[in-house]
Design a protein around this ligand. Sequence first.
Ligand code: FAD
Ligand code: DHB
Length: 388
Amino acid sequence: MKRKVQVGIIGAGPAGLLLAHLLKRAGIEALVVDNRSRDEIESTIRAGVLEQWTVDLLISLGLGERLKREAYFHDGITLRFNRGSHHLDFPELTNGKRVTVYAQHEVLKDLIAALPEDMIQFGVKEVALTKLDTDRPAIRTAEDEIECDFIAGCDGFHGPSRRAIPKSAIRTYETVYPFGWLGILTEAPPSHHELVYARHERGFALLSTRSSTVQRLYLQCAPKDDLNQWSDDRIWSELRQRLETDEDWSLTEGTIFQKNIVSMRSFVCETMRWGRLFLAGDAAHIVPPTGAKGLNLAAADVVVLSRALIAWYRDHGTDLLDRYAPTCLARIWKGERFSWYMTTLLHRNDLEEEFVQRIHMADLEYLVGSHAAQQALAENYVGLPMAV
Ligand code: FAD
Ligand code: DHB
């Protein structure tokens, strides 16, 4: 069937759904298509930390009611190394900003529940982009051809949007890390009142939370590791060792009911626009998760994109559309830098010379002794100002 929509959005992740809400609020007609089922989207475990402005945006869109009730708001993070703990006081360092822990799939549930049903299609097969060299680009699916004024490619790293741009027009930058994260969910009460990021000679570990009864923990593993190599006993033993401290503290353990392994890369596609196709979020850039930036960068892209589309529908002005990629990239590269910094600072990388490993330890010592260095970390962690 042939259909028409003003803005066609591929991908019902944070980028696509948030864009749909921003456009809906401005009276612009948008349709989101995703190849996964609603159930799958709402149960995939990923991010946990939201920047302050992301939280403010969700609340301003009327999407923050459950978040306000159920999220955890922390006054900073703890860095742990050499068996010691160091609290970074974010409200003091950033003029009142805090860390919000609210799982990505909970954000997605809230975004999906608040969109009219006819604005989103799940389980759409054979999504392809066509007529990108015309003023009427289209999303072709197994059943429909959806003609659009604009297409937003919000379909993540593996989606079809970026690949629809001719190779000769694409400029990308990438680095792949020689480690991954094994993430678990466990039934246990919190072990600590805030997130703990630990550097240990056995590798990185991260203590996060989901609720008073469910905790989220991560540990550095090899990127090609198989989950079968990681028995529950081995996971707890590694976490205990990597989080060990001389203080009166112990890790609360429980039943592990979810495990997954993710590999880690940094990637930027500087070609974020091709004609009337605009890439946003993981479709255009990937960060390793250590800085907790991916979802937040995706949200920032679509704020910039929505402003540009709203301006175009107001008076057909193309200025903001033309500035979309450079405006986003200026902030994206800072997110890339911070994520790379946190990752190299906190992970054990045997490919690095011992000299460099000692430099990371010196960096950590410097950080916990310098207000200025803490401020630099904190202002990045809570989120740099949004592009104007
Ligand atoms: P995605 O969430 O990947 O959404 C893309 C959507 O497109 C998906 O629903 C997919 O089904 C759909 N799609 C793909 N292919 C097709 C197709 N062919 N047809 C139709 N639809 C398609 N970020 C943070 O900000 N804070 C954190 O604390 C954090 N922690 C993380 C921890 C881990 C372990 C991981 C893995 C990631 C973490 N991130 C974090 C990153 C964050 O999860 C991503 O950056 C975020 O999901 C990007 O959103 P997106 O909408 O761009 O893409
Ligand atoms: C979580 C994920 C992150 O990448 C991070 O840096 C902190 C917390 C989480 O899933 O809770």
